[in-house]
Design a protein around this ligand. Structure first.
Ligand code: NDP
Length: 480
């Protein structure tokens, strides 16, 4: 095949994500080689969408690789885990130094680091790339978070930036950093998504308990919120889901869905990584545990029987004021979740030497992805103004929104606790905020206890040095 007729990029793995990504590439004028382990998927892609652009269909991996111009760029879009390793191993035997393997699956960033190092040995670039937006995003413009070498981005950047979602003329794609940086950022994105969804769910639960309103009426409140500071994809679809009635029974859709939230694991990865890095992402952790708790049906059943009387009504005297309190509590808690998520990215960037641009990351989440939201612009502005911001919470816009929300946030959390409505993410976000701004934390007592039982030593507020009190002796203090 003449070099100019060869494909500019290839996609292997043509299930829903790979198929749509390949179509997006073709629709944007790129010549795309396509391959799938099982030929039927390739055949049906060409039969159903072959007229959307230039596809080069290959039956074998060798033909697929031969169809690509050099340096070759191959997107792997297969099931995460062992299948990804199997495909990468096969590709590594066929590719040549300088070629690029792009894993757009949902890989753990540590796997990406491992794969990147292994392929580098063969002179190949390995680009772990986070892709958010589900199947619709893959087709119409996702948010794309590529890691890997700067050199590989020279080839991939123009392609990815063209097929990504565009907001205000800016593509929702940028080079995140080397190694596993792209998949790390995608992981934290998903963690924030967990927190966002849990907070929305708690707000819904509070509104329902407080107003005694039907879901369809509550949908209107979310639609109204979506016209203000909370404007986001998730708030928008909350309105849709709450307004939806079950066709079979006529009941509100949310009332016929079993109340056990599932997860594919990226929330868990985020929390595990944050524990390793020592970053308190309490909102994301609460959201992840809340999903786990919801799934423990047997324990919930046993507890319901042992402690009857759940489902209490909230006391609401002024309907509008209550709705506004919930809105402000939701916004403040959401700001906490994002502040924690960005702390996590910042810590990962330091730990692994990725040099991630935090404001730039906020920019590429403005479109295409699940957490796309109006206030991501504010995050970018905050980091533009102060790149070494200690926490997003203190950036002027967020500090103001949180301060304005605090009285309502406290009323909501207190009233929920009084009535027995579980609001783990609202409550823990408020506790995080209060802990962060406290003059003194009881951590001093913990240090005292640690020194008492384990001679773990402590620092004093009034002079430098490390100290230990002789607790079992005369209780005098010695310098350790
Ligand atoms: P799946 O995760 O369902 O994977 C199916 C694809 O993997 C098929 O093409 C299948 O080939 C291929 N495959 C499975 N095992 C092997 C193997 N051992 N060797 C070669 N190929 C194999 O597809 P999705 O499209 O849902 O997702 C693809 C990737 O994108 C996953 O990593 C997923 O986590 C990620 N992702 C998915 C999103 C979504 O919304 N679905 C969003 C963002 C990322 P065959 O047809 O021959 O069985």
């Amino acid at each position: 095949m003449a070099e100019q007729a060869k494909a500019q990029i290839g996609v292997t793995g043509l299930a829903v994500m790979g198929r749509n990504l390949a179509r997006n590439l073709a629709r944007n004028g790129f010549r795309v080689a396509v391959h799938n382990r099982n030929w039927e998927r390739t055949r049906s892609l060409i039969a159903e969408h072959g007229d959307e652009g230039t596809f080069v269909a290959a039956e074998s991996m060798a033909d697929f690789v031969a169809a690509l111009e050099r340096p070759r760029a191959v997107i792997v879009m297969v099931k995460a885990g062992a299948p990804t390793d199997a495909v990468i191993d096969e590709l590594a035997t066929l590719l040549e130094p300088g070629d690029i393997v792009v894993d757009c699956g949902n890989a753990h960033f540590a796997d990406t680091q491992r794969r990147e190092a292994a392929l580098r040995e063969h002179g190949l670039h390995f680009v772990g790339t986070g892709v958010s937006g589900g199947e619709e995003g893959a087709l119409h413009g996702p948010s794309i978070m590529p890691g890997g070498s700067a050199e590989s981005y020279q080839k991939l950047g123009p392609i990815f930036e063209k097929i990504a979602a565009q907001v205000d003329g800016v593509p929702c794609c940028r080079h995140i950093g080397p190694g596993g940086a792209g998949h790390f950022v995608k992981m934290v994105h998903n963690g924030i998504e967990y927190a966002d969804m849990q907070l929305i769910a708690e707000a819904y639960d509070l509104l329902r308990a407080g107003l005694g309103a039907e879901p369809a009426e509550l949908a209107e409140i979310f639609r109204e919120w979506n016209r203000g500071e909370l404007e986001s994809f998730l708030i928008e679809i909350t309105g849709d889901v709450l307004a939806h009635a079950d066709a079979a029974t006529g009941r509100p859709f949310v009332d016929v869905v079993r109340d056990q939230a599932e997860q594919k694991g990226t929330g868990r990865w985020t929390v595990q990584s944050a524990l390793d890095l020592g970053i308190p992402i309490t909102g994301i952790a609460e959201a992840t545990f809340a999903r786990s708790l919801s799934g423990h049906a047997d324990q919930r059943e046993a507890a319901r029987r042992a402690f009857p009387g759940g489902g209490a009504q909230l006391k609401v005297e002024d309907r509008d004021a209550f709705v506004e309190d919930v809105r402000r509590a939701l916004l403040a808690s959401k700001i906490v979740a994002y502040a924690q998520g960005f702390d996590h990215i910042s810590a990962g960037s330091r730990e692994y030497d990725w040099n991630i641009d935090l404001g730039g990351t906020a920019t590429i989440w403005r479109g295409g992805c699940i957490i796309r939201a109006r206030f991501l612009d504010r995050i970018r502005e905050a980091y533009d103004e102060q790149p070494d911001l200690p926490t997003l919470l203190v950036a002027p816009y967020f500090a103001e929104a949180v301060s304005a929300g605090v009285p309502g946030w406290r009323r909501i959390v207190a009233e929920a606790a009084r009535a027995g409505v579980p609001v783990p993410a609202f409550a823990s976000s408020l506790a995080y905020f209060d802990a962060l701004r406290a003059e003194r934390l009881p951590a001093a007592l913990i240090q005292g206890l640690r020194d008492n039982f384990g001679a773990h030593t402590y620092h004093r507020v009034d002079r430098a040095g490390t100290f230990h009190t002789l607790w079992a002796g005369d209780r005098s203090e010695v310098e350790a």
